[in-house]
Design a protein around this ligand. Structure first.
Ligand code: 5GP
Ligand code: MG
Length: 182
């Protein structure tokens, strides 16, 4: 494992330390405290968006002390007909969410395109409520404004890896988050 204070290389790119694993845990504990308060009597269903959100989901869950459940889902985008345009498909959500308070768990919101398509798709299944929890947000990159109830931290518009986030499939195993060096 690389030392946390050093730059790292993944494939052809160099990255510098940006958020330590301790800083990430502080952010997650703050978000979890808010969720524990807001959802104390709601038994929320967390929808963890794979692949990137697996580490966030594991660490957030260790800090939740309310009744709750989780489902892991994947999103696939394929080209539909000319009239439908690109179609977003949700894979792995088998359960009925119509009696549930749903919280989407995302690693990072960048342009917001993914969530701007997912939110109406889920809305059609009539959840009791639908909110978003994202570890990170790049406000400068956001092109699809939306309500984000829980934002762990706002970050600059630079590419990052680690803690579930990948560069070409690699780097998800890093316990800290690194920012690209250009
Ligand atoms: P959006 O649809 O908001 O533009 O993008 C959301 C997805 O793009 C995120 O869930 C994440 O998988 C990926 N993404 C956005 N920014 C970054 C980044 O800086 N690094 C990595 N590794 N993935 C990112
Ligand atoms: Mg993601």
């Amino acid at each position: 494992m690389p030392s946390m204070n050093n730059n790292i290389s993944i494939l052809d790119k160099d990255f510098k330390p940006y958020l330590s694993k301790e800083e990430i845990q502080v952010i997650i504990r703050q978000v979890a405290a808010r969720i524990n308060r807001d959802y104390a009597d709601k038994t929320p269903l967390f929808l963890s968006i794979l692949n990137g959100s697996f580490m966030l989901t594991a660490d957030l869950f260790k800090n939740l002390d309310i009744p709750c459940t989780v489902s892991f889902v994947k999103l696939a985008s394929y080209r539909g007909t000319r009239s439908t345009g690109n179609v977003l498909t949700l894979i792995g959500l088998d359960e009925d969410i119509s009696e549930r308070h749903v919280v989407i768990l995302e690693d990072i919101v960048d342009t917001g395109k993914t969530l701007s398509e997912l939110i109406p798709t889920l809305g059609k299944r009539n959840p009791l409520s639908l909110e978003v929890c994202t570890l990170l947000l790049k406000p400068e990159a956001l092109k699809h404004p939306m309500k984000l109830k829980y934002v762990g931290k706002k970050i600059p518009n630079d590419f990052i890896v680690g803690y579930g986030l990948d560069y070409d499939g690699q780097g998800r195993n890093l316990p800290a988050i690194y920012q690209i060096v250009d």
